[in-house]
Design a protein around this ligand. Structure first.
Ligand code: FBP
Length: 546
C-alpha cells in the first residue's frame, strides 16, 4: 500500500500516556454511583450493572499475567483517533500477556452478530497507528438491542474464547453497550462489555467524560477550512458564505469553530430553542446583519449553521415529536405510498398546528423530517440543506426590503457543508494521545474484570503525564427518554449550555464579530513544532475546565 510522507512520519509517533497507565496498574474504587435521573427505573432495568463505583487507575504492582482475549467494535460515525484506541488496547493487552489476542469485528456491531472478524496482529495494526478513519475494521450503525443478536454474538465470543467486548461509540452505541453488559451479566455468561466515548459531535460529555474523542481534530479541521473561506471572503468581498457544520443535535462543533474563527454570525440551536424563535425570526436576524454590513460597504460575510438547527426551532421540534410517534405507530401504512399520497396521509394525521408547520416547509425538508431516520431513530440532519434554506429565505427578505427602500446592498450566497471532511482527518496530538490512553484504560478495565463501564481519561487540559484514567459505570450517565414512541433508558446527550463558559465567551463577542471583520485564521493542524501550535486543546475544553 502506498502511503503519504506525512503518514509515514506520523506512524512513528509514540502517543503519551498518563503516569498511572505507564506501568502496572491498581484499581482505586470510589463511592457507589446512581443515574443522573430516573434512578428507580434505571435501577430496575439494570439490576446487575447499576450503582457500581467510579474507578481510577493508580500505579500498582505487577500482578499475575491473566490470559484475556478481547473483541473490539467501532460503532457509528467515524471520528479521528479510533485507530489509536485500538492501538492502546492492543499494546496494553499484549503487555499484560503476550498470548492475549485482540479481534476486530468488521463494519460495526453487525460484525459481532454476523461473525465477521479479523485478528488484529502487530503487523496489521502498525499500518494504522496515528491515522484517521475507521478503515482498519470498518464501522456501521447496526443497533445491538435484540436478545437474538446478543445470543448470536455469544456464539462467536465462545468460539474465539473472548472475555470482553469493547464498543467504541457515541451515546446511542454506549447505551447499547450497557444493555449488552447487563444481559450478559444477568445470564452469568462471564462476558464483559466496556465502552469508549467517541463522536466528533462533542455531545457525549458530562461530569465524568470531559470530551468525546474526535471533537478536537474535527473542529480543528473545520476551523482551518472556515478560516480559509473567511480570508477568501475578505479578499473578494462579494459573497456571503453559509456554512453548515456537522454535529447532529448539539451545536458544540459550530460553537467551537466560532470561538476559533470569529465569523460574522454563528447560530446556536440551543439558544434559538430557549428563546422560542421562529424560522422567520432567525432569518430576519441574519438579514439585519447583512443589511448593517452592506451599509458599511461590506457585502460579504460568513454564517455558521449547526446541522441540527431545524430540530430546535420550537414549532419544527414539536412537529418532529409528533412525526416520530406517527412513524412509530403508522409508518408502515404510508411508507410505500407515492410522494403525494404520503404527504396527504401525514397532513391528515397531524394535529392542526403541526400540519400547518409541515405545509410551510419545502418539500425536500418535509420529506426528510417525516420519513428518514437512522437506526437509532434520529432525524438524519446531515441530509437537510439548512444552509440553502436559510440563504434563500434571507435573499427573499432582502429583496422585499430592497423594494421597500430598506436595503440597497448586494447579496450573493455560497453554500458549504463541512462534515465528512473532518471525521477521518489524521488525529491531532491531543486526540492521538487521548485515544491511546482511552484504549489502554479499556484494556485495564477488562483486566480488572469490570463490565458495564466506559473508559475515561480526565484532567485533559494538563500535561498528558498528569491525566487521570479510569472507568465510569455507564448506568451513571443514564436517564429515561422517549425514543421511537417509547420511554427508553439512554445516556443523556450533552447540549450547549447557555450558562456555560464557552457560550458566554461567544455571546460576549458576537456583536463585535457581526459588525466588524474580526476573522481569525487558525490554519491546518500541526503535528510537530511549537507546543502553542501543536498541543492546544479546543477552546471549549479549556473554557469548561478553567
Ligand atoms: P455519531 O458519532 O453519533 O455516530 O455521529 C457522527 C455524525 O458525523 C453526525 O455528526 C452526523 O449527523 C452523522 O454522523 C451522519 O451520519 P452518516 O455518517 O450516517 O451520514
Amino acid at each position: 500500500m502506498e502511503i503519504s510522507a506525512l503518514q509515514k512520519e506520523r506512524a512513528a509517533y509514540q502517543p503519551k500516556l498518563p503516569k498511572a497507565l505507564q506501568g502496572a496498574v491498581k484499581v482505586k474504587e470510589g463511592a457507589p454511583t446512581k443515574s443522573v435521573d430516573n434512578q428507580e427505573e434505571i435501577k430496575k432495568l439494570f439490576p446487575n450493572t447499576y450503582g457500581m463505583p467510579l474507578i481510577e487507575f493508580v500505579p500498582g504492582e505487577n500482578a499475575d499475567k491473566k490470559k484475556i482475549n478481547i473483541g473490539v467494535i467501532l460503532s457509528g460515525g467515524q471520528a479521528p483517533g479510533g485507530h489509536n484506541v485500538i492501538s492502546g488496547l492492543f499494546d496494553a493487552v499484549k503487555k499484560l500477556n503476550s498470548e492475549n489476542r485482540l479481534y476486530g469485528f468488521l463494519m460495526g456491531p453487525g460484525g459481532l452478530v454476523d461473525h465477521n472478524y479479523v485478528e488484529i496482529t502487530a503487523e496489521f495494526l502498525n499500518q494504522y497507528r496515528n491515522t484517521g478513519g475507521f478503515d482498519m475494521i470498518g464501522s456501521g450503525r447496526t443497533k445491538l438491542e435484540e436478545e437474538e443478536q446478543f445470543e448470536k454474538g455469544l456464539k462467536i465470543i465462545r468460539e474465539l474464547d473472548i472475555n470482553a467486548i469493547v464498543i467504541i461509540g457515541g451515546d446511542d452505541s454506549n447505551t447499547n453497550a450497557c444493555v449488552l453488559a447487563e444481559y450478559y451479566a444477568a445470564k452469568k455468561y462471564g462476558v464483559q462489555v466496556i465502552g469508549c466515548p467517541k463522536t466528533i459531535d462533542g455531545d457525549l460529555k458530562n461530569e465524568q467524560i470531559e470530551t468525546s474523542f474526535g471533537f478536537d481534530t474535527a473542529t480543528k479541521t473545520y476551523s482551518e477550512l472556515i478560516g480559509n473561506i473567511e480570508r477568501d471572503c475578505n479578499s473578494a468581498r462579494k459573497y456571503w458564505h453559509f456554512i453548515k457544520l456537522m454535529g447532529r443535535s448539539a451545536s458544540h462543533i459550530a460553537l467551537e469553530c466560532a470561538l476559533e474563527t470569529q465569523p460574522n454570525i454563528c447560530l446556536i440551536s440551543e439558544e434559538i430553542e430557549a428563546k422560542d424563535m421562529t424560522l422567520n425570526q432567525v432569518v430576519e436576524n441574519i438579514a439585519n446583519v447583512v443589511a448593517y454590513r452592506a451599509k458599511q460597504g461590506n457585502n460579504f460575510g460568513v454564517v455558521l449553521i449547526p446541522e441540527g438547527l431545524i430540530e430546535f426551532i420550537p414549532a419544527i421540534g414539536r412537529l418532529i415529536q409528533e412525526l416520530n410517534d406517527l412513524l412509530a405507530a403508522h409508518g408502515a401504512d404510508y411508507k410505500d405510498l407515492d410522494k403525494d399520497a404520503q404527504r396527504k396521509y401525514i397532513i391528515a394525521h397531524l394535529s392542526k398546528e403541526n400540519a400547518a408547520t409541515f405545509e410551510t416547509l419545502p418539500e425536500g425538508v418535509a420529506r426528510q423530517l417525516s420519513l428518514d431516520r437512522d437506526p437509532h431513530g434520529n432525524v438524519q440532519v446531515s441530509l437537510i440543506e439548512t444552509e440553502k434554506l436559510l440563504s434563500d429565505m434571507v435573499g427573499s427578505l432582502l429583496a422585499k426590503w430592497a423594494k421597500e427602500g430598506k436595503f440597497d446592498g448586494k447579496f450573493a450566497a455560497q453554500h458549504h457543508f463541512f462534515g465528512y471532511e473532518g471525521r477521518c482527518a489524521a488525529p491531532s496530538n491531543f486526540d492521538a494521545d487521548y485515544c491511546y490512553a482511552l484504549g489502554t484504560s479499556a484494556a485495564q478495565l477488562v483486566a480488572a474484570g469490570k463490565t458495564g463501564y466506559m473508559a475515561i481519561v480526565k484532567n485533559t487540559t494538563a500535561n498528558a503525564n498528569e491525566w487521570k484514567a479510569g472507568g465510569v459505570p455507564i448506568t451513571m450517565m443514564m436517564n429515561m427518554e422517549k425514543r421511537n414512541g417509547e420511554m427508553k433508558p439512554v445516556i443523556r446527550k450533552a447540549l450547549v449550555e447557555l450558562d456555560g463558559k464557552p457560550f458566554k465567551a461567544f455571546a460576549a463577542k458576537r456583536d463585535e464579530w457581526a459588525k466588524n471583520t474580526a476573522y481569525v485564521y487558525p490554519g491546518p493542524i500541526q503535528y510537530w513544532g511549537p507546543t502553542e501550535v501543536c498541543d492546544q486543546t479546543t477552546k471549549t475544553l479549556k473554557l469548561e475546565q478553567d
